[in-house]
Design a protein around this ligand. Structure first.
Ligand SMILES: [Zn+2]
Length: 87
């Protein structure tokens, strides 16, 4: 499953702001197989932002790398810069 930038653009401003400000704990299944509890914004949990630096996932930001998933929420991603540094 990948996040389409079109879906992000489809969100109106108020909705985008609210998901960027809502922070919750999520149990993240990392691709390495470990399960970690992380404090993430709703935007991070839905793959709209980089898991590490919160860069926004846009058409201009380059292809984000999937790094794991949150059961029943979605996949989490890292921007090319963070994904490159971690591997
Ligand atoms: Zn990043």
């Amino acid at each position: 499953m990948s996040v389409e930038p079109e879906r992000i653009r489809a969100l109106d401003g108020d909705r985008m702001i609210s998901i960027r400000q809502t922070v919750s704990s999520y149990a993240v299944m990392l691709d390495g197989g470990s399960l970690e509890t992380m404090e993430l914004t709703a935007a991070q949990a839905r793959g709209f932002e980089c898991l590490t630096c919160r860069a926004q996932h846009t058409a201009a930001s380059g292809a984000f790398q999937p790094v794991g998933r949150i059961p029943s929420v979605g996949s989490v991603f890292q921007c090319p810069r963070c994904a490159g540094g971690a591997r």
